[in-house]
Ligand binder design. Structure first.
Ligand SMILES: NC(=O)c1ccc[n+]([C@@H]2O[C@H](COP(=O)([O-])OP(=O)(O)OC[C@H]3O[C@@H](n4cnc5c(N)ncnc54)[C@H](O)[C@@H]3O)[C@@H](O)[C@H]2O)c1
Length: 329
């Protein structure tokens, strides 16, 4: 992993959940890290996420939709970890234009800036399993048809394919990881805008019932954030990854009711209850999903290492101590 020592690195979305954990890993490898984040209040950015490395990174609070700022910030960088995004599926339906502007249009202008001023940069883009839509078969591999069920899935797909196009046409080395549900310290837990797991952690620590929608039998796979960060680092360091997309995932596949039960049984208190699916959520639900991630295992040597029980323990313990930094009553 020494490929990052003394390298100049830009992380968009760097004050968010995955970006901040990635920043910590890169700082520990001696990288020179700049974080870009808009800190739009209802999104996932939080300065507390980098509290322990605050004096070891450069922070630039700006919006990836500002092409001039981005072109300036990209100059001279060796790597771009492109993680900034509007991540709420529900918000992408109620405000589709903002999702388009951030997840697609801004990605194109970032790539244009790279083409014009930083053509030697290596880019890793954080894509999503959401673009597969409702799986036709399980586990879902990279050859599965693409059929997004929401505006976010379509715009993330465009963002992802712009990266591949710039790799293929202009030789700007880029690859994409299709992340599955990722969790861990630093994720947004304040409300249900992003991952359901976030609000479940909050409810658990408040002693309120976790709300599982539907029959709770929907299957999912999860990655602890350290495993996701390792995949980003491996993809950045490998030229074999250029022009490719890789699924992330886990062999530990769990139903949502079983997951809620597991969280309650960790001993932090709380209960869970089954609730009917709100219609607006049901309309964009993807049913069962879990990934086939054998491609990244074979080509880059990645496998997830932290099991769900251990990852959940670490996550809940973090929020038990730091909850005041993530939500107020
Ligand atoms: N966490 C997951 O389960 C998951 C799953 C699939 C894909 N992803 C992708 O991974 C990336 C990181 O996700 P995360 O979970 O860390 O979410 P996050 O919300 O914690 O991080 C995203 C960051 O981007 C920033 N941002 C949003 N719009 C911006 C803008 N216009 N300009 C500058 N910064 C902006 C936010 O402030 C936030 O800090 C996202 O692109 C997301 O689509 C995450």
């Amino acid at each position: 992993m020494s490929s990052y020592s003394q390298k100049k690195i830009l992380i968009t979305g760097g004050l968010g959940f995955i970006g901040s954990n990635l920043a910590r890993a890169l700082v520990s490898q001696g990288a020179l890290v700049t974080l870009v984040d808009s800190l739009i209040p209802q999104y996932g950015g939080n300065l507390f996420n980098i509290e322990d490395i605050r004096d070891k990174v450069t922070v630039n609070v700006c919006d990836v939709r500002d092409p001039f700022a981005m072109a300036f910030l990209l100059q001279g960088k060796d790597y771009l970890f492109n993680l900034a995004g509007q991540t709420s599926h529900m918000d992408s339906m109620s405000d589709p234009q903002t999702d388009l502007d951030i997840n697609a249009a801004a990605q194109l202008s970032i790539l244009e800036a790279c083409r014009k001023t930083s053509p030697d940069i290596k880019i890793v883009f954080a894509s999503t399993r959401q673009l597969y839509g409702k799986p036709n078969y399980l586990p879902v591999d990279e050859k599965h048809p693409i059929c997004p069920v929401d505006v976010n899935g379509i715009n993330k797909l465009a963002g992802e394919w712009y990266h591949l196009l710039y790799n293929n046409v202009y030789g700007i080395r880029a690859c994409a990881l299709r992340l599955t549900n990722t969790y861990g310290p630093g994720m947004r837990v304040k409300d249900a805008r992003q991952t359901f797991l976030g609000i479940w952690v909050r409810l658990l620590l408040e002693g309120k019932p976790i709300k599982v929608f539907g029959d709770g039998l929907q299957l999912r796979d999860f990655n602890y954030v350290d495993d996701c960060v390792e995949a980003l680092l491996l993809a950045g360091a490998s030229d074999q990854a250029n022009g490719k997309v890789y699924n992330l995932g886990s062999t530990e596949v769990v139903g949502l009711k079983a997951l809620a039960k597991m969280m309650v049984e960790l001993g932090y208190g709380g209960t869970f209850e089954l609730n009917p699916f709100p219609p607006e959520r049901k309309a964009i639900d993807i049913g069962d999903y879990y990934s086939n991630f054998s491609l990244i295992t074979h080509e880059l040597g990645w496998t997830p290492k932290i099991d769900l029980q251990e990852g959940l323990k670490r996550t809940i313990a973090y929020y038990q101590v730091n909850q005041a930094q993530y939500w107020q009553d």
